[in-house]
Design a protein. Structure first.
Length: 502
């Protein structure tokens, strides 16, 4: 341990420096000396990694307490021990307040120096072990959080933030390979100029492209010392950076192997630049990023696999809705049109991405409950009887019940299916919800469903004219329809941005 321990001795008296060098080198420690606080800070800023700082209290220009205060900024892990001939309580308190671990009195004995150094090394070992334990715990927590995320963009944002925080970087990005595996695109970024964040990098080109092509991380402490890297870089602003590949963990599918499909091994790259401390990135930073990248790659593949399964499941449900509509020429394509109307209006209204996604998934399924309504009732050319109307009014509940077991659908999706015939004034069905009880996404589909019915031919009437549709939307605004949503529909009709006939 002694051979690995570097000690910096700071005193303006050459005799004291020489005496400590003799004592400490005899014990096998590596020792450097400085005659002033300024010289000591220059040593501490370097790459030597001092464990202990012996400093005199009384020195010109910068005293020992001031040196400890500044040393903490550039070398937080160094353990200060003060030397003083003035063992006053105030001096000791001031030194401890600034982070001194111990002090020795001048003139000091060999045993005092040995004991102070032994205690300081043990303190350093404990702090190192605790820091390592905290690091492992934090990485474990990051891994758990990564594994729990099911949305790709949310996952990539979390991974980038975790990477930046763990290595103390200000700028960075996560780049994802394009479907053909030939290029990389920036998926998420922090502190990257907009023109760079929109750029596409070919695999094999530039820093990220090299990492993706070779599947190897790249740590550059100073780009100016690496002429080959300088040639690869493209307007890189920072001298020190790390790029780490996200490597595919899942084995290739049987079909891919049989067909000989080229599936890229690297599915993305994490880049970090500009350490907040102004120092260079280290091997320790690279190890941390590699751990995060391994977990991120596995989680990203899982998210994509789950998304593929969910999309296939949704496609099946939507096919059921289309088959149901195919039995009636008048309603053919209704669910798809309602979805398109919903998305256009929701985006025009500036609704949240969450609400837009709810509409995208659930709107095509809103009439699935009609599978439980007899065809002759659905296609009746005339007013339904009381019993028939009761049967029709049950279709939102039937649709809800059919979809409840589908685990990928949330309560918000299900409530949209159940509530697409509610009314703002509370007189709708099946639950008589009104006003703010009706979620924003459901308020949109209520109008979209009615609009598509008015704009389409029916067995009992032709499609309504644009003026008649606008008149109906305004007439029932505030009673059947949300006033805000109805006005957006009216604006889109007047601008010719919504189809008027099926």
């Amino acid at each position: 341990m002694a051979q690995d321990t570097k000690i910096l001795v700071v005193d303006d008296e050459i005799v004291i420096r020489a005496l400590l060098v003799d004592i400490l080198t005899e014990e096998g420690y590596q020792v450097e000396t400085a005659s002033s606080g300024k010289m000591a800070l220059d040593f501490l800023k370097g790459p030597d990694g001092f464990v202990i700082l012996f400093t005199d209290i009384m020195m010109p220009e910068m005293n020992g307490i001031e040196l400890i205060r500044e040393a903490r900024k550039v070398a937080p892990s160094v353990i200060p021990i003060v030397m003083t001939a003035f063992a006053t309580l105030d001096t000791a308190r001031a030194a401890v307040k600034e982070g001194a671990y111990d002090y020795v009195l001048k003139p000091f004995s060999l045993s005092e120096i040995k004991l102070a150094v032994t205690n300081a090394i043990e303190r350093h070992r404990l702090e190192h072990d605790n820091a390592r334990l905290r690091e492992i715990t934090e990485l474990f927590n990051i891994s758990e959080s990564i594994a729990a995320i099911r949305d790709e963009r949310q996952l990539l944002n979390f991974v980038l933030q975790a990477a930046l925080e763990r290595v103390g970087a200000e700028r960075g990005s996560v780049m994802i390979t394009t479907p053909d595996g030939q290029a990389l695109e920036v998926a998420v970024s922090v502190g990257i100029p907009e023109e760079n964040a929109r750029s596409v990098v070919e695999v094999g080109s530039g820093i990220s492209g090299w990492v993706a092509q070779h599947g190897r991380p790249l740590l550059v402490e100073n780009i100016n010392d690496n002429p080959g890297v300088v040639e690869m870089s493209r307007r890189l602003q920072d001298a020190s950076f790390i790029s780490v590949p996200l490597e595919r963990k899942q084995p290739l599918s049987y079909d891919a192997l049989v067909l000989g499909l080229e599936i890229p091994r690297v599915i993305g790259v994490i880049n970090v630049n500009k350490k907040k401390s102004g120092r260079q990135f280290s091997e320790g930073d690279l190890k941390i990023l590699s751990i995060i990248a391994n977990h991120a790659a596995a989680a990203l593949e899982n998210v994509r696999l789950i998304k593929n399964v969910e999309d296939a499941h949704l496609a099946t449900l939507q096919s059921m809705a289309l088959l149901l509509e195919a039995k009636d020429a008048y309603t053919h394509g209704h669910s798809e049109r309602v979805r398109n109307h919903c998305l256009k209006v929701a985006r025009r209204m500036g609704m949240s991405e969450q609400d837009i996604e709810i509409l995208r998934v659930a709107a095509p399924l809103h009439d699935l409950g009609k599978i439980g309504v007899k065809d002759d009732v659905l296609n009746k050319n005339g007013a339904p009887t009381v019993d028939e109307w009761g049967m029709i009014k049950r279709h939102p509940i039937l649709g809800y019940d059919v979809l409840v077991p589908v685990r990928l659908l949330t309560r918000e999706h299900l409530n949209l299916v159940r509530g697409h015939h509610e009314r703002i004034d509370g007189s709708g069905y099946p639950d008589g919800l009104g006003g703010d009880q009706i979620p924003p996404a459901t308020q949109v589909i209520i109008v979209a469903d009615a609009y598509d019915a008015m704009a389409s031919d029916r067995a009992y009437r032709p499609a309504l004219s644009p003026d008649m549709i606008i008149s109906q939307l305004r007439r029932f605004s505030g009673t059947q329809f949300s006033h805000k949503v109805a006005e957006v529909f009216v604006g889109l009709i007047e601008k010719g941005e919504l189809p008027l006939r099926a």
